[in-house]
Design a protein around this ligand. Structure first.
Ligand code: ATP
Ligand code: MG
Length: 447
């Protein structure tokens, strides 16, 4: 993409309404525009990151054996009356009447709808285990929408639902989700810590929230600092192996880590004092085993081996896809702007032409652009007639992790400059070597 042809309405001024850094930078970098309180348009740059996050979520869910699908955002109230949640949900549910005066709603979550789909088509234990998921917009009429996409009213969520014959099978599904979530967040350059959460009115303690540590987080968290040393990394995992998934759950949940809702001061005090941490966190996901709550109230049964009809064991598992943009920026920025992790960056690298209109510099930039594109990489070429300082400021603000700077002086010596946004370190090298280095960083093989 050439910046001169792109739509990226960068703001010079810091918008007064934005209270936290991620919201400020998303507005300033022209990633989003508020349409109404808690409702945003995703401008091209924001949309690209959103799609990158979605792609990671899709890949990791399917790697775990979960099946993608899509349900509508608008739902009939009937199913919710069946489960009893139509009255229970409260004012966060946006209720709408259609022209026939039928009760409709904009889905805040999809347990009812997926349970209805399941009960309509699945009747035998032989079809289990099954996990279906979607990435779809949700609406919750939050009392206090704030912090930009962090607490929106309309927001994008991955929601997945497992259907299993037994509690043990459903707990394996729970563990599969835990593993796939750890992998997903790490690919986004994030550390998200699974913390024991409150299961609310449903009861039971099989629920964990995933929290990204950040001062601006809305949740108060208490944890043993040893947990921050854990990394899933690129180890192999067999998602069908009950033992392997269980071992990961144990490894990542054996240390104390809880949100304020489940915090237990007596247990916390048993941690060596130097490892006790009280901090704030952003909830970027939650996994939840809830047994037969919906299958019983909505009649989602399967025939077991003896032919008897039994309600299935279920769980639901969410990732805050749009909230993640804010969380990633909160975790990765400096006073000049965003610093995108390579896994989600909207463009792989920036190309800054220090002397637009200079035949040699223009040609060198174009050659770099073509070479990177030929490798399947997407550069953003700042080809505007702007002074160098302004171009650097824009690149720093939008946070591409790598920048190649091209100017007549360097070209005389046969070099361009490759700069890391994260460290600020630069090195001079021939254009081909710069391309190779960027390709290597993104794991693209040349040739
Ligand atoms: N209003 C919102 N705006 C953006 N993302 C949200 C919002 N509400 C929930 N999410 C995201 O969707 C994920 C799954 O939804 P879930 O039902 O667990 O949310 P929740 O526990 O009600 O969230 P919260 O406690 O933050 O209101 C959450 O972990 C969060 O990342
Ligand atoms: Mg939650």
């Amino acid at each position: 993409m050439r910046l001169s042809r792109y739509f990226m309405p960068v703001l010079r001024e810091t918008p007064a309404e934005a209270q936290i850094v991620s919201h400020r930078y998303m507005l300033r970098a022209g990633m989003i525009k508020q349409a109404a309180a808690g409702i945003y348009s995703w401008l091209p740059l924001g949309y690209k990151v959103l799609r990158n996050i979605e792609k990671i979520v899709h890949e990791e869910q399917q790697r775990a054996g979960h099946i993608p699908m899509l349900m509508p955002t608008m739902q009939s109230a009937d199913l919710w009356k069946e489960s009893g949640r139509y009255d229970a949900y409260g004012p966060e549910m946006l209720r709408i009447k259609d022209r026939q005066d039928r009760d409709m709603l904009y889905g805040p979550t999809n347990e009812e709808m997926i349970t209805d789909i399941f009960r309509s088509h699945v009747g035998s234990y032989k079809d289990l285990p099954m996990t279906l998921y979607q990435i779809q917009w949700k609406f919750r009429d939050e009392m206090r929408p704030r912090f930009g996409v962090m607490r929106g009213r309309e927001f994008l969520m991955k929601d997945g639902y497992n259907f299993d014959l037994t509690k043990e099978d459903a707990l394996h599904a729970y563990n599969r989700h835990l593993v796939s979530y750890l992998r997903s967040y790490e690919r986004m350059g994030l550390q998200a810590i699974p913390m024991r959460a409150d299961s609310g009115p449903i009861g039971g303690d099989d629920t964990h929230e995933f929290l990204v540590l950040a001062d601006t987080g809305e949740s108060e968290v208490f944890y043993d600092s040893a947990i921050t040393e854990l990394k899933f990394g690129d180890r192999a995992i067999d998602y069908d192996s009950v033992d392997q998934c269980q071992a990961v759950l144990e490894e990542f949940t054996q240390r104390y880590a809880r949100t304020d809702e489940t915090h237990d001061a007596a247990l916390f005090d048993q941690i060596p004092e130097e490892r006790q941490r009280v901090a704030r966190g952003i909830e970027v996901g939650q996994i939840f085993y809830f047994g037969t709550k919906y299958s019983e109230s909505m009649g989602a049964t399967v025939a077991d081996e003896t032919g008897a009809k039994v309600p299935v064991h279920m769980g639901s598992h969410g990732i805050g896809v749009s909230r993640l943009l804010g969380a990633i920026i909160e975790a990765s920025h400096d006073d000049k702007g965003i610093i995108w992790p390579e896994g989600v960056t909207p463009f792989h690298c920036g190309i800054v032409n220090l002397k637009q209109g200079d035949a040699e510099a223009d040609a060198a930039c174009q050659a770099l652009y073509d070479a990177l594109a030929a490798l399947g990489l997407e550069p953003l070429y700042d080809d505007r007639e702007e002074r160098a300082g302004a171009k650097f400021a824009t690149m720093d603000l939008i946070g591409l992790p790598w920048r190649i700077t091209v100017g007549p002086r360097g070209l005389k010596n046969g070099v361009v400059e490759l700069t890391s946004r994260r460290t600020g370190e630069s090195e001079e090298l021939p254009p081909e070597a710069a391309v190779e280095k960027v390709a290597a960083i993104y794991g693209v093989i040349k040739g």
